[in-house]
Design a protein around this ligand. Structure first.
Ligand code: MD6
Ligand code: FE
Length: 291
């Protein structure tokens, strides 16, 4: 049976009634048509529940499915456009000549994995990095605000239960745990399904940025990946799956946490996202920082 409470501007009914039952769900069913149907538009705009927030450790917050499908599509399309133009994707190398197992592009400022330095042009072709699209910056701000509000809420409830234990924190617990940040750098990586990134710390930003614990904000799109964190050895690191639309934030005490990317889980990207963008198998990741 089809739901009747759809907008009256309704289009021709798609051949499968499945779409109507699941119109605001994260698409985990096969869809017959994607691009032309308005049902798809609505699928793109809606998400079943609000984002789930998980605090992984102090200053490290995971916002599950924070970016809705419509915005995921827009981000992928913009990155594709930018990636094809001047300053676009290339396969970077390390000092020893080995190539990183990914394609990279920098926005706002260039980061050179060979010298570990930031600059205004990149040495391989003297290109100036494109600017960070303003829509990306807005999403970063929203993600930080959501995380700060979550930390504040949960630390308030701890204060209600153990009022004496957190007296010294009463001024502003959020401020210390996860500071605000205004990104001027975005590193965009595309990992094919064999892509990986070894455990490392992000420590090439300014002394001021790092010492204040200004967070790194990471968007995941496309195929899911195993994200490793918390230790420099892979065997001892904790693991969390990052799915398309997830936002991971690490700042404050976790600003210099070791982290890396393990296996990319082939075929896990939302089908609709792939239909809309033709994204290759693999994972697109955007990390934002303030120099
Ligand atoms: C990720 N990226 O792809 C994590 N770090 O999920 C990083 O850790 C990273 O993409 C430093 C520079 C670029 C990166
Ligand atoms: Fe990193």
């Amino acid at each position: 049976m089809l739901k009747k409470d759809e907008p009256s501007s309704s289009q021709t009914q798609p051949s499968s009634s499945q779409i109507h039952f699941d119109i605001c769900g994260i698409p985990d069913v096969e869809l017959n048509s994607s691009l032309q149907s308005k049902g798809t538009e609505q699928q793109l705009e809606c998400s079943k529940n609000g984002p789930r927030v998980q605090q992984l450790t102090s200053g490290m917050v995971l916002l599950k499915k924070f970016i809705n499908l419509k915005n995921q599509v827009e981000i992928i399309k913009q990155c594709r456009e930018l990636g094809l133009g001047s300053g676009g994707f290339y396969q970077p190398g390390y000092k020893n000549g080995a190539k990183l197992n990914l394609q990279m592009m920098c926005l706002g400022r260039n980061w050179d994995p060979e010298t570990k330095r930031y600059g205004h042009i990149r040495s391989i072709d003297d290109a100036t990095p494109p600017s960070i699209p303003v829509e990306f910056k807005h999403l970063v701000q929203k993600a930080i605000q959501t995380s700060r509000a979550f930390i504040k809420r949960t630390s308030n409830s701890i204060e209600d239960t153990f009022p004496k234990m957190s007296l010294k924190e009463t001024s502003n617990p959020t401020k210390d745990e996860l500071p605000k940040m205004s990104p001027d750098i975005c590193i965009v990586n595309f990992y094919t399904t064999s892509g990986k990134l070894g455990l490392h710390q992000d420590k090439d930003e300014s002394y001021e940025s790092i010492s204040k614990g200004l967070p790194v904000v990471s968007f995941s799109l496309g195929d899911s990946a195993v994200f490793l964190y918390g230790d420099k050895k892979e065997d001892n690191a904790k693991k969390v799956i990052l799915e398309s639309g997830d936002v991971l934030i690490f700042g404050g005490e976790s600003r210099l946490i070791h982290h890396g990317v393990g296996n990319i889980l082939h075929g896990t990207a939302p089908k609709l996202l792939v239909d809309e963008t033709n994204l290759h198998p693999g994972r697109l990741n955007l990390t934002f920082r303030q120099y």
